[in-house]
Structures are given as C-alpha cells and as structure tokens.
Design a protein around this ligand. Sequence first.
Ligand code: SF4
Ligand code: SF4
Length: 108
Amino acid sequence: MTYPLPMGRKFPKIKIDLEKCTVPFLCKKCLQICPEAILHVTRVMAKEKRLEEMDPRIDGNYVLFASRPDKCTVCNLCIDVCPVDAIKIEAPSQVRVKPKVQGEQWGQ
Ligand code: SF4
Ligand code: SF4
C-alpha cells in the first residue's frame, strides 16, 4: 500500500490589491481585527528615500503585507472590515490522494 501524499497549496493565499489599499497606515482596520496578527504595514523602501521621513497620507508610501499566511484561519474578518474590498483570500487547495494498493498503479 502506498501512503497518501498531500497535493497542492498547504495554506491560504492572501492577495492585497495595492491599487485599492493606498494608505494602509491611516486605516489599519484589517490589522486590528486579525486574530492571528498576520497583517502588517511597512514603508516602501525606495533607495533614494530610505533616510527620509515618509508621509503616511501620501498614496503608496506605505504598503500592507501578510507575513505568515500559514497562520491564517480564513476567518474572513479582514475582508469584512475592509472599506475598499482590497483583500482576497484563497483557501488551501490541498487534497489527500486516495492510497493505492501496491501494484494497482501497474494495472494488476
Ligand atoms: S482571514 Fe482571518 S486570520 Fe486570515 S488574515 Fe484575515 S483576519 Fe487574519
Ligand atoms: S482594511 Fe482594507 S484599506 Fe484598510 S489597511 Fe486593510 S486592506 Fe487596506
């Protein structure tokens, strides 16, 4: 008998639309509600601006990112709270393959 193999992605895929979420530093609703503390805001580190202070009110100076998607429970709280519908989460696609009796793969 062969053992089942996990196939596909093991954890959720979190997509953040940066065209919609333009000033995350001023919003942070999703960060505050996430029970797993997965979402974070960081400043954009453009080389020529790395020593400058970045104004969080200017679009694109800060970005939202998900640090540990493996911890996401797909509770969808962040999606519900986002005012601009910027977050999409795809649940894990992992499926367990049915074990085969040894020799079955050879048609015996
Ligand atoms: S779905 Fe839930 S656990 Fe996952 S990032 Fe959103 S709030 Fe956090
Ligand atoms: S709730 Fe939406 S708009 Fe606000 S920081 Fe999160 S993704 Fe961006």
